[in-house]
Design a protein around this ligand. Structure first.
Ligand SMILES: NC(=O)C1=CN([C@@H]2O[C@H](COP(=O)(O)OP(=O)(O)OC[C@H]3O[C@@H](n4cnc5c(N)ncnc54)[C@H](O)[C@@H]3O)[C@@H](O)[C@H]2O)C=CC1
Ligand SMILES: O=C(O)C1=NCCCC1
Length: 310
């Protein structure tokens, strides 16, 4: 079965995905190999094309899910029409090893990443949070806007892009009211939740601008030499990650700042570590195979139910 983008879009809904991902993050953090086997992903450099291919195999024995994603990420010049991220998700039968489904991975990557950031915010933001800021105006910015406005009731949403024209054009594609700026400082001052979804390689978010007690979901800078956040923020905030091993291998913000990792999101879900909502918190997201395996099973099960009812 070959699931195209439109089909994935039709079958994958945040209201189904978010609780399943929360459960899966908890299972991952137990490190029980009967629940989840997922090593740090393999990164193959595509030097000629300024990119990487990431291979992300995952096995969830109890849930009978065997899955892998191939995702290629590239540095792109501004205005390039080529994709920055291109992904395919493959679901296999764990008993026989045959391929059950090949799915377009772009929507899965966009939605599951945003859903995990929303879970981090649900767990770690001030419950009275009113102001959301999104830094970036690409694919992830849109999926984050969609799930954050579906799950929470922010009074104000702000968006930043280096180009004010791009920010304005992004905002025109959204439903609700959003303010825009080309100054990072202006949009992050006073924000309760800040989402960083850029392809920058040097820090753009400075700790001195961040309101004490704010929550930052840091999604870009997924290579050991890339940054989105400065040392002040990384060292002053309480740092949560999706996977400790992943963050120590791949996150420039963690590795180069020398910041200490306090917990995985799954530790908070499992109540092994506290959610320090009154402190400034950073969730450093890198993405993990389990976050693709969960939506792949969900999409496949829904597709099967739909097909058998026809
Ligand atoms: N943590 C995770 O699970 C995942 C992380 N990512 C990462 O999230 C980031 C965003 O991904 P997409 O939205 O798919 O990319 P995109 O290309 O659609 O959007 C990137 C945004 O960053 C901006 N940008 C580019 N270079 C910049 C720079 N030097 N400084 C500031 N802004 C810059 C662009 O104008 C655009 O608004 C990327 O770094 C990507 O690698 C993507 C998928 C999953
Ligand atoms: O988890 C993923 O999928 C990705 N992570 C880092 C950037 C490319 C996609």
């Amino acid at each position: 079965m070959d699931q195209r983008r439109e089909e994935v879009e039709e079958l994958l809904l945040y209201r189904d995905l978010v609780p399943l991902l929360e459960e899966a993050l908890g299972k991952f953090s137990t490190r029980d190999t009967e629940e989840v086997i997922q090593s740090v992903r393999t990164a193959v450099p595509l030097s000629k094309h300024s990119g990487f291919m990431l291979l992300m195999p995952t096995y969830m024995e109890k849930d009978a899910v065997l899955c892998t994603k191939f995702v290629c990420m590239y540095k792109r010049e501004e205005g390039s029409t080529l994709p920055a991220v291109n992904a395919t998700v493959v679901l296999l039968d764990p008993e026989r090893g045959n391929v059950k489904a090949v799915m377009d991975g772009e929507v899965i990557t966009a939605m599951r990443t945003a859903a995990v950031s929303a879970i981090s915010s649900k767990l770690l933001m001030d419950p009275g949070a009113e102001v959301l800021t999104i830094l970036g105006t690409g694919t992830q910015a849109l999926s984050h806007y969609n799930v954050f406005t579906e799950m929470f009731s922010f009074k104000e949403v702000r968006v930043w892009s280096r180009s004010i024209e791009r920010a304005e054009s992004f905002v025109r594609s959204l439903k609700g009211p959003v303010t825009v700026s080309s100054s990072v400082e202006e949009v992050v001052r006073g924000a309760d939740v800040i989402v960083t979804v850029t392809r920058c390689t040097e820090p753009i978010l400075m700790g001195r601008w961040v309101k004490p007690g704010a929550h930052v979901a840091a999604v870009g800078a997924c290579r050991p030499d890339r940054r989105e956040l400065d040392d002040t923020l990384m060292k002053e905030a309480v740092v949560y990650v999706d996977s400790r091993e992943g963050a120590m291998a791949e996150s420039g913000d963690v590795i180069l700042s020398g910041a200490e990792i306090f917990a995985e999101l799954g530790d908070v879900i499992n109540r092994v570590k506290p959610a320090l909502r009154n402190k400034t918190t950073v969730f450093k997201s890198l993405g993990m195979g389990i976050e693709d395996a969960v939506p792949a099973k969900l999409i496949f099960d829904k597709w099967k139910a739909k097909s058998s009812s026809l």
